[in-house]
Design a protein around this ligand. Structure first.
Ligand code: CU
Length: 146
């Protein structure tokens, strides 16, 4: 007389149920800056060979506030391309400064994007908007190059 209890089947179900519970590590939140709202820009990794250099995205407040969406930026030393997005109806640009001297930046754009490639050495920089009083109104931040 053979036992036909489907032991294997029961075991499979138990395993499956157990597996479902095994997710959800608590990731540590880095806190600080709020995530840019739906800046869903897929990074266009220019498949064009060579070129090198990193791309850093930065955006002005799309709602028209005199602010960048980023308080601070980080970039690797070397050739860095800043992709600046200004969806607002107000002209802005993106400038990079070190020790009070401009080292590069984009043209002024309104409802558009602009790019600037800047050679950066490790150190602390400031980025800002050079239009009108925008910088004084808060359109500046820290750029750390490492
Ligand atoms: Cu501005």
């Amino acid at each position: 007389m053979r036992s036909r209890t489907p032991v294997a089947l029961v075991a499979a179900l138990v395993l499956a149920a157990g597996g479902l519970a095994a997710c959800g590590d608590d990731d540590e939140d880095t806190g600080a800056s709020p995530p840019p709202p739906a800046a869903a820009q897929t990074e266009t990794t220019g498949a064009a060979g060579g070129g090198g250099g990193e791309t850093v995205e930065v955006a002005a407040d799309p709602g028209g506030a005199l602010a960048f969406q980023q308080d601070s930026l980080t970039a690797p030393a070397g050739s860095v391309t800043f992709e600046f997005t200004n969806q607002a109806n107000i002209p802005h640009d993106f400038k990079v400064e070190k020790d009070g001297e401009d080292v590069g930046g984009t043209e002024v754009v309104t409802g558009d994007t602009a790019e600037a490639t800047v050679e950066l050495e490790a150190g602390e920089y400031t980025f800002y908007c050079s239009v009108g009083e925008h910088r004084q109104e808060g359109m500046e931040g820290e750029l750390t190059v490492e």
